[in-house]
Design a protein around this ligand. Structure first.
Ligand SMILES: Cc1cc2nc3c(=O)[nH]c(=O)nc-3n(C[C@H](O)[C@H](O)[C@H](O)COP(=O)(O)OP(=O)(O)OC[C@H]3O[C@@H](n4cnc5c(N)ncnc54)[C@H](O)[C@@H]3O)c2cc1C
Length: 410
């Protein structure tokens, strides 16, 4: 996308948002300052930047470089870069040894176990991660976790908008070593921001992400609650999954009733129908910019992931030397139990992510044709992935994106 003409400060952020390319990460709020740009829930149910006053030219230049709605880029291809899965050191499947972290975690509690290991070994002073808001049982907010209990509180996937980078300035102001957990797009933006604020390289010890199929609008959660037989207003507590693997979506209402449904019904029939447009053209569903990534290490049945309830198991990818050292140490210190698995296994556990990578080049092209611009994706192997797709289905998929991009509200 091109930068806006001089004199239209703030137009860049508004353009990203109105084109449907905003991921909702919140980086622009931290860069410009909350008195200038603030993240708010949009009418569509996504966190979007609202420009309160024109950002400075310098802030806008940094936003232009950092915003994942404008650009996602590997500056170079490092050794060990897998064509589909990106930078890889080791591939493992395993789980937290702490039974509660494993059970409450989304898959095997891998992220929580690593976060807790980093805290308990004093490698970090805190973990910046998303957890349920203390005031709204359906809202996500950034939590500064300093103990196992904090990490446990944040465990589990929250399939709703989160803007962890909107509070990045508060995090950096603490001037302490920290780990960050976020969506792949959050981590991609965080990495780019390091070039503009030296404090990040000084204090960020480790970036952790998870494979991500996309962020549903909060309207997806509202629809799910209605389908369960309750409503957003009646809910006192809600979790999307975890407390088992995959675990149930469970709402507890003010009068103490419990409503629940399984993962297939919650994600598969409601939430995944509310994904934001940017997620449909996402070039990085697997956290290529993180040091460590966890995902569901699904067992297969008839060639598809099997969502039968079992004890949790995480797929654990180390993507950098640092990430590998941390995962190895977490295993040696007994925080995680894990075994190496062949890289080919990832595709069996995560077939959806293979397909996504194959179609995104065509989808981006379709979005560009429909909306006149599209984010830049550099060194992500998308052309190669597109060439491995079946041409007819890739074309049909791109046409579908074109139609959606023409018609879908932002
Ligand atoms: C929107 C979304 C889409 C996902 N899509 C996939 C997918 O396609 N394939 C797959 O294998 N896994 C996906 N996951 C992740 C998966 O559900 C598990 O989180 C992953 O297996 C890690 O499990 P764990 O037990 O190690 O994590 P846990 O130990 O439970 O830790 C989960 C971590 O994720 C963080 N988190 C939760 N929700 C959010 C959020 N909305 N924004 C930012 N951080 C958050 C928490 O702070 C916590 O640190 C998705 C998660 C989300 C939130």
């Amino acid at each position: 996308m091109s930068t806006p003409p001089p004199g239209k400060a703030g137009a860049l952020v508004e353009q990203v948002s109105s084109n449907g390319f905003c991921t909702g990460c919140g980086a622009c709020e931290s860069i410009a300052g909350s008195d200038t740009i603030t993240m708010r829930m949009s009418r569509g149910g996504w966190l979007r930047p609202v420009v309160l006053k024109p950002p400075s030219g310098q802030a806008e230049a940094v936003i232009a470089d950092v915003c994942p709605g404008l650009k996602v880029e590997h500056e170079q291809i490092t050794p060990g870069h897998h064509a589909v899965w990106g930078p890889l050191r080791q591939v493992r499947a395993g789980h937290a040894t702490d039974a509660e972290l494993r059970r409450q975690g989304s898959s095997g509690g891998g992220i929580s176990a690593i976060a807790n290991y980093l805290l308990e070994s004093d490698r970090v002073s805190f973990v910046a991660q998303i957890a349920v808001s203390g005031t709204d049982p359906l809202a996500n907010e950034l939590q500064i976790s300093r103990s196992r209990d904090d990490v446990l509180h944040a465990a589990g996937s929250r399939y709703a908008p989160s803007a962890p980078l909107s509070r990045l300035q508060d995090v950096l102001a603490l001037e302490q070593p920290f780990a960050f957990v976020g969506k792949p797009c959050d981590v991609a933006a965080l990495r780019r921001y390091a070039a503009h604020d030296k404090r990040l390289n000084t204090h960020l010890v480790c970036a952790i992400s998870f494979m991500c199929a996309g962020i549903p609008s909060i309207k997806g959660t509202h629809e799910l609650l209605r389908k369960l037989g309750t409503s957003p207003e009646q809910v006192r507590a809600f979790r999307y999954r975890g407390d088992g693997w995959p675990g149930m979506a469970r709402a507890i209402t003010n009068d103490g009733q419990t409503f629940e449904t399984d993962y297939n019904s919650s994600w598969g029939t409601v939430l995944n129908r509310h994904l934001q447009f940017r997620c449909k053209i996402c070039p990085d569903g697997t956290g290529e910019f993180a040091d460590i990534v966890c995902a569901d290490a699904w067992y297969g049945k008839d060639g598809y992931p099997d969502f039968t309830e079992r004890e949790g198991r995480s797929l654990i990818l180390s993507r950098t030397d640092l990430g590998e050292e941390i995962v190895s140490q977490a295993i040696t210190r007994g925080a995680i139990e894990a075994e190496y698995i062949p890289v080919e296994e990832i595709a069996r556990m995560q077939p959806y992510q293979v397909n996504r990578k194959q179609v995104v080049w065509g989808r981006r092209l379709a979005a560009r044709m429909a909306r006149g611009s599209a984010p830049h994706y550099v060194n992500l192997g998308l052309v190669r992935a597109a060439l491995s797709a079946r041409p007819v289905s890739a074309l049909r998929d791109a046409l579908g994106t074109y139609r959606r991009a023409k018609g879908e509200p932002q």
